[in-house]
Design a protein around this ligand. Structure first.
Ligand SMILES: Cc1cc2nc3c(=O)[nH]c(=O)nc-3n(C[C@H](O)[C@H](O)[C@H](O)COP(=O)(O)OP(=O)(O)OC[C@H]3O[C@@H](n4cnc5c(N)ncnc54)[C@H](O)[C@@H]3O)c2cc1C
Length: 525
């Protein structure tokens, strides 16, 4: 039985699939989300995620309000790192997923198909057919052919995690970056001090939301993973580690102890030959948690995919997916970018898990010295790689780097500088009048773009409202101003719909016009 036809079918309703469903829901296209489990996984997983590099932090939640967990911490403005960026955020993955799904439910154009596992895929010229079976959560299988059905979609997004069936069905291999480490992960409460990283028990611990703390310890060759995962000996071993780390054991309650094999993997290809099937999130890359980039990388993929798909579907009569520059640029941008991030997590993992006492001592001394000087602090966002190609105005200052996500005051009060998932331009005053060259509107209109002028915090003109289709807001802080100053003293940036990156920057109305013309050439079919 074929139940329906969709523009996009998302396989997997973890954080990557849920954010993608949300962003595509906003565009009005017809979406199906297929998830084999009926409820959200309650196990503790993500506890910390990256900060403001996370594509804007304003994914629409219920009633258009931002999803709380994606909002950055206000203390970011106290950061000593310039320009200021957000610190990591502590979250509980299950709660985050609940919130994102609440956002999805407001879109009548998004249909949830829970309890179905995808086991087959057939690509045709115009669409993809997915084969689904009812998933038995007790056995972890989907072998019963009784409830088998098919759905057709123009595009399929494999957001189905590390063991992705979609990745296998499109014959994509994972390449290993050569890191293969067994670690133990546990969550306990309450908080306590951070131990030194010693070769005899290499690992780390950090505070999590509320009164939870997580320990991660690298298993040594003589340690048996089964001892740590066993329901009787596991908790005992974990508590013992808590004791070694100076924790008051009587006040602890163990939430979960589990052993994981950590990998550094990146998919060979991010799409099928027909360019109708894409993979994202853990399906496309896996990494240890040392940079807090697992979750945000999937969310970044979703935000990179959403506007590309929406744009292509709007123009699908004009060009087949195999010839679309916009669709092809997904892998062009992401593969080198994520390979670099995964490589960095490998570096950090090796640093943390140093088995040689002499080298570990040197490492600790060097780190203590570095930490003495706040001035030298470098945020993890600043260590993120740059985009090497794709839809960016290479050669304009800052274009390849993560963009910032400032707060601003508008006629509606305090909020993010921009509110919609669209192509847009921002600027800080003064730049030859409020419109500062934004009258090249045909391209923006085609992208559903928003024109926005962001006045500097200390701008004399305190006006915040809308003039001739241009939204005017006033920056709350100096985050955007600092970023633009740092990048060629620019006065204007064309921001991509994913908001993680700007297309390019300029410092004159002519420069802005050039940006619009070149970005249009890269995107418009
Ligand atoms: C113990 C642990 C701790 C972690 N800690 C952190 C952390 O602190 N910070 C961080 O950033 N990351 C962390 N991670 C990684 C993070 O959880 C993942 O990167 C993130 O969940 C990936 O999201 P995803 O949506 O791509 O995949 P998943 O979360 O794996 O979601 C995939 C979904 O697809 C569904 N699915 C699979 N196959 C099918 C199929 N055939 N048909 C239908 N549905 C299917 C699954 O049921 C699942 O719901 C941790 C992971 C673990 C295991």
């Amino acid at each position: 039985m074929t139940i329906d036809e969709f523009d996009v079918a998302i396989v997997g309703y973890g954080p990557t699939g849920a954010v993608l469903a949300n962003l595509l829901g906003l565009t009005g296209i017809k979406v199906a989300v297929i998830e084999r489990t009926r409820s959200i996984d309650p196990k503790p997983r993500v506890m910390r995620k990256g900060g403001d590099e996370l594509a804007g932090g304003v994914y629409t939640g219920v009633d258009g309000e931002p999803i709380l967990h994606f909002e950055v911490d206000p203390v970011s403005t106290k950061s000593t790192v310039r320009p200021r960026v957000a610190p990591r955020r502590c979250i509980i993955q299950t709660e985050l997923e609940e919130d994102i799904r609440k956002g999805v439910k407001q879109f009548s154009n998004v249909k949830e198909l829970l309890g179905y596992s995808v086991f087959g895929l057939g690509e045709e010229a115009e669409a993809v057919t997915l084969k689904l079976r009812v998933f038995n959560e007790e056995t972890g299988t989907a072998t019963d052919t009784a409830g088998e059905m098919s759905i057709r979609a123009k595009f399929v997004m494999g957001c189905d995690g590390g063991n992705s069936a979609i990745r296998k069905l499109i014959n994509t291999k994972m390449n290993s970056l050569g890191f293969d480490e067994g670690r133990r992960h546990q969550a306990l409460g309450p908080r306590s001090r951070i131990p030194l990283l010693q070769p005899e028990a290499p690992g780390l611990t950090f505070p999590c939301p509320r009164n939870i703390r997580r320990w991660e310890v690298k298993l040594l060759p003589n340690e048996d993973p089964a001892d740590f995962s066993h329901p009787e000996t596991g908790p005992e071993r974990c508590m013992k580690l808590g004791e070694e780390f100076g924790t008051d054991l009587d006040s602890l309650k163990l939430w979960r102890a589990a052993t994981y094999q950590l990998h550094c993997l990146v998919a060979d290809k991010f799409s099928s030959k027909s360019m109708r099937v894409f993979i994202a999130g853990d399906a496309a890359h896996q990494m240890p948690p040392f940079m807090g980039q697992g979750l945000v990388s999937g969310v970044r993929d979703a935000s990179f995919l959403a506007w590309r798909l929406a744009y292509h579907l709007k123009n699908e009569q004009l060009i087949p997916p195999t010839e679309s520059k916009v669709l092809a640029s997904y892998e062009v941008e992401l593969k080198p970018y994520i390979t670099s991030i995964v490589g960095m997590t490998k570096y950090l993992g090796n640093l943390i898990g140093e088995p040689d006492m002499e080298k570990a001592t040197k490492r600790d001394l060097a780190m203590r010295e570095a930490m003495k000087s706040q001035e030298k602090a470098v945020s993890r966002e600043d260590r993120l790689p740059v985009l090497l190609g794709g839809i960016i105005g290479l050669g304009t200052p800052g274009a390849e780097k993560n963009f910032v996500q400032p707060f601003a005051f508008s006629a509606d009060g305090r909020g993010r500088c921009w509110t919609t998932s669209s192509h847009m331009s921002i600027a800080r005053a003064p730049l030859g009048g409020r419109n500062c060259g934004l009258d090249n509107s045909a391209f923006f209109d085609q992208m559903g773009g928003q024109k926005l002028v962001c006045l500097a915090k200390d701008a004399k003109d305190g006006f915040a409202g809308e003039v001739a289709g241009v939204r005017v807001v006033r920056e709350e802080d100096t985050i955007l101003t600092d970023w633009l100053k740092l990048h060629g003293n620019a006065t204007v940036a064309v921001v991509r719909p994913d908001r993680s990156f700007c297309y390019g920057t300029a410092s004159s109305a002519e420069g802005l016009n050039d940006l619009l013309v070149t970005s249009q050439k890269m995107i418009v079919v």
